[in-house]
Design a protein around this ligand. Structure first.
Ligand SMILES: Cc1cc2nc3c(=O)[nH]c(=O)nc-3n(C[C@H](O)[C@H](O)[C@H](O)COP(=O)(O)OP(=O)(O)OC[C@H]3O[C@@H](n4cnc5c(N)ncnc54)[C@H](O)[C@@H]3O)c2cc1C
Length: 441
């Protein structure tokens, strides 16, 4: 069964024009439209399937500063504050709690890495606590093991992946924007070289500003406009267990397995970073750009299957705007989970936390995690196409920083002081090789 997800109704009709059209109803697109609508900008959000049905409901739900790359940390910090406000602003619970994140380890090098990050975090005012062996063992008592050490980040938290993004989408409509599910954007119309409209499967919307927040579909969409966006996705498999286990931490990372308490009292279980690489035409096209990333992460990666080719999100094909496109043929990217890994994850989790043996697997799913070559999102207006803003490549970190990213994009569009410095995210940086620039975590 795929990841649980709250259902929301769409707006009744597609507008003929809008100040801004946002393509993609994941966390990034939804929060962009949310902050625009709340400023009185007329905005339409297009989602080819259901809001949050791809990566944005398939993830762990961690909203973390801990171990963030310096380029992303300011956005992570701002996002935590924004997550807190969404519930007040919408009157709906997103499940966000600053429950703190617990990391436990038996490995000296890993502990040294976390201590190094703690020293850096201090310089930018972020608090995180290194745990001695005694304190780590105490905090990790549900494991019944002695630990060499750990780290606890008290101001980080988690949100409920089954409802957080749909709740924010309801907030778009409450603020006067519109949300259109099962409505794919087929392409962009240009007049005199700048954006003049978005062609959807249900008609054209006149606009001068488009945000492409299509997650794993962004590069193939950009390719239609002749824009080269190096992006690749890997398939991660993950599972949820039903409620029934007591006394476990809300969010725990260990090298062998990690767990997160879900909104319903069950737990999400996963092996951090473990993924399969499914070859696709797009991966072959950008393979050179991703060598530095692969050199850093290869230990966690395993060869995949033709699953990715079949899904069509990384096609290099050019399509026409008056016929059905790959986005309409695949409303929800729902790749097959790696069942061997699902079993291994559950086995490891029950070994680490025997209390989990009282539960059963309720859901197992996979998600394609879309990444840039340096592991930092690509956000900004594309050179040479005024009005076309790219916001994709969130590289496995986008859920937690989605509110900050959406706020920053709304700031750029409305000419306000950006909530964080947008320069580290400029898509143009991807024209140079990522050697020495791949995000650490
Ligand atoms: C297993 C897993 C664990 C993760 N854990 C975490 C975590 O703990 N914390 C964290 O911060 N991040 C985590 N992530 C990463 C995070 O989920 C993503 O970075 C984030 O959700 C990306 O959001 P997005 O809006 O860019 O893309 P998505 O959520 O993928 O949304 C893109 C949307 O665009 C739509 N779309 C695409 N093209 C079109 C089109 N032409 N017209 C209309 N709609 C279109 C798609 O249907 C899709 O719904 C994890 C990811 C996975 C898979």
């Amino acid at each position: 069964m795929p990841a649980p997800l709250m259902h929301i109704e769409s707006s009744p009709s597609l507008p003929r024009e809008a100040d801004v059209v946002v393509i993609g109803g994941g966390v990034v697109g939804v929060f962009t439209a949310y902050y625009l609508a709340r400023r009185g900008v007329s905005v339409a959000l297009l989602e080819k399937g259901r809001v949050a049905a791809e990566q944005s409901s398939r993830n762990w739900g961690w909203c973390r500063q801990q171990n963030r790359d310096a380029r992303e940390l300011p956005m992570a910090t701002k996002s935590l504050g924004l997550w807190e406000k969404v519930a007040q602003e919408t009157g709906e619970d997103t499940g966000f709690r600053r429950c703190g994140l617990l990391y436990l380890s038996q490995n000296d090098d890993e502990l040294a890495g976390w201590a190094k990050w703690r020293d850096f975090a201090r310089t930018v005012g972020v608090t995180t606590h290194m745990l001695s062996a005694e304190k780590a063992t105490e905090r990790g008592k549900a494991t019944g093991r002695k630990w060499k050490g750990g780290v606890f980040s008290p101001t980080d938290g988690t949100a409920d992946t089954s409802r957080a993004v749909p709740v924010a989408a309801l907030g778009i409509m409450a603020a006067g924007g519109s949300v259109h599910q099962y409505c794919a954007a087929r392409g962009i119309e240009l007049s005199a070289g700048r954006v003049s409209g978005v062609v959807t499967e249900a008609g054209t919307i006149r606009t001068t500003t488009v945000v492409m927040a299509g997650g794993a579909w962004a590069s193939s969409f950009c390719n239609q406009l002749g824009v080269r966006f190096p992006q690749a996705a890997v398939r991660q498999s993950i599972l949820a267990v039903a409620p029934g286990a007591n006394g476990l931490p809300d969010a725990l990372h260990t090298a062998r397995v990690s767990l997160t308490r879900r909104g319903n009292g069950g737990y999400t279980l996963a092996i951090s970073g473990r993924a399969r690489v499914d070859p696709t035409p797009q991966q072959l096209r950008f393979s050179r750009e991703f060598v530095p990333m692969f050199a850093r992460r290869w230990r966690s990666l395993a060869p995949g299957a033709f699953e990715g080719w079949r899904q069509g999100h990384e096609s290099l094909r050019k399509w026409v705007l008056d016929d059905v496109t790959p986005m309409e043929r695949n409303r929800i990217l729902d790749p097959k989970p790696d069942m061997r890994q699902i079993r291994l994850t559950y086995q490891r989790a029950c070994g680490l936390l025997p209390e989990l043996k009282r539960t059963a697997i309720s859901h197992a799913w996979a998600g394609y995690v879309d990444s840039t070559p340096d592991g930092i999102p690509a956000v900004g207006e594309i050179e040479g196409i005024p009005g076309f803003i790219l916001a994709a490549g969130f590289s496995g970190h986008g859920f937690g920083i989605g509110p900050g990213a959406g706020h920053m994009i709304a700031d750029i569009i409305t000419g306000s002081e950006p909530i964080v410095d947008p320069r580290p995210y400029r898509p143009e940086r991807l024209k140079t090789a990522a050697w020495g620039k791949v995000a650490e975590f």
